[in-house]
Ligand binder design. Structure first.
Ligand SMILES: [Zn+2]
Length: 369
């Protein structure tokens, strides 16, 4: 009988089961990953609770799929062509770039990578309904598409820290590249989740001052934001937060605001507009569905720029991998995570991360560390 590979399959919002798929064969230009760990983060929880289908539609997800787009593991099998192209060996430890580009469409030719007309993504945008099925991290083994990009990871760091590096790649793209954050900037970070925490760290590395975090409610994460180096953490009504930002910026307000709140936090945009300085930049990461963004009427009088941002490219992941050795990143990389075996993936998604003050739920398909 063919060897079977267990994997967690999200069939619909709220429905996740462990299923088995045939162990795939590996073509000469592809590979197979033995998954060490995969991280479940905000987007996965949004998919799991997306009963109106609005989030999945906006992100172009269709069920069923194997979740897990942040993945680290070891190369288990490697085709001869892939071996030459990737310069990797079987047994090497790697962290995957989540998106997989076709490299031949007009947008890929122009380097507009997130606009790839045939975009695929681990744990997100693959055909999970036909062989070889195994395109998500919540599985014992995962296919490596010929166009996969990945960084080699040394043996030392624990898998949770390796997965958290991926959040630095996002923060680097949103704050440094798209937001052009420098020592000139005063930044407000809306949110307290994994991405907001990575954003605090990267904003401090960029030299922005002050780094202000805004929490939507009191939670253990406020202390964590301070611990990561946020100069101020504010919570309260829109008026209270705006007054507090005015006070600590001597009335200059924030030159950059990054919104990494939940999709149903529809009031955040109005607050963002209020705390933005004249000609400030709003880096809009959080998808807001359903409904329009509130508060954009201030956009004209303040001459603000709104910069849409999603994910990261491989270059940002490479940058993030260097954070393993940077002392400024150590606090974030030691963030609290919760740990689950593959068969408990549903339990992980049934339990909001905020209950544990965790940054990420880590699923270990090949055994807990
Ligand atoms: Zn393409």
């Amino acid at each position: 009988m063919a060897e079977m590979v267990p994997a967690a399959l999200m069939r619909a919002p709220g429905v996740l089961e462990i299923d088995e798929f045939p162990m795939p064969s590996v073509d000469a230009d592809a590979g197979l990953l033995r998954v060490e760990a995969t991280g479940l983060v905000g987007a996965d929880y949004e998919f799991y609770t997306d009963y109106d289908g609005a989030f999945a539609e906006a992100v172009r997800i269709s069920y069923p799929f194997i979740p897990g787009h942040i993945v680290t593991g070891r190369i288990d099998k490697l085709g001869s062509i892939a071996h030459e192209r990737w310069k990797l060996q079987e047994g090497d430890r790697v962290l995957l770039q989540y998106n997989v580009l076709c490299n031949y469409c007009a947008e890929c030719m122009r380097g507009e990578l997130h606009a790839c007309e045939n975009l695929k993504g681990y744990g997100l945008w693959f055909d999970f309904g036909s062989p070889p099925y195994l395109w998500g991290g919540a599985a014992k083994f995962m296919m490596l598409h010929p166009n996969t990009k990945m960084v080699r990871i040394p043996e030392g760091p624990d898998a949770a820290s390796v997965l958290l590096l991926e959040r630095f790649a996002d923060a680097a793209n949103w704050l440094l590249e798209l937001g052009q954050l420098t020592v000139r900037d005063r930044i407000v970070i809306m949110g307290t989740g994994a991405l907001a925490q990575a954003a605090v760290t990267v904003a401090k590395m960029a030299g922005a001052y002050p780094v202000i975090a805004v929490a939507r409610s009191s939670s253990g994460r406020i202390e964590q934001m301070r611990h990561l180096g946020a100069d101020h953490v504010f919570t309260g009504s829109q008026d209270e937060v705006a007054s507090a930002v005015a006070e600590v910026t001597n009335g200059r307000m924030a030159s950059v605001v990054v919104d990494v709140t939940r999709r149903d936090a529809l009031d955040v945009t109005a607050l963002a507009m209020e705390v933005l300085a004249y000609r400030g930049r709003l880096v809009q990461v959080a998808l807001k569905v359903p409904g329009p963004m509130q508060g954009i009427d201030n956009m004209m009088t303040k001459e603000v720029s709104i910069i849409g941002a999603q994910g990261h490219e491989f270059q940002h992941l490479e940058w993030a991998a260097t954070c393993l050795d940077r002392p400024e990143c150590a606090t974030y990389l030691a963030s609290k995570v919760t740990s689950y075996a593959l068969e408990d993936t549903k339990a992980a998604l049934d339990r909001p991360l905020t209950l544990d003050g965790a940054t990420m739920a880590v699923v270990y398909p090949n055994g807990m560390p």
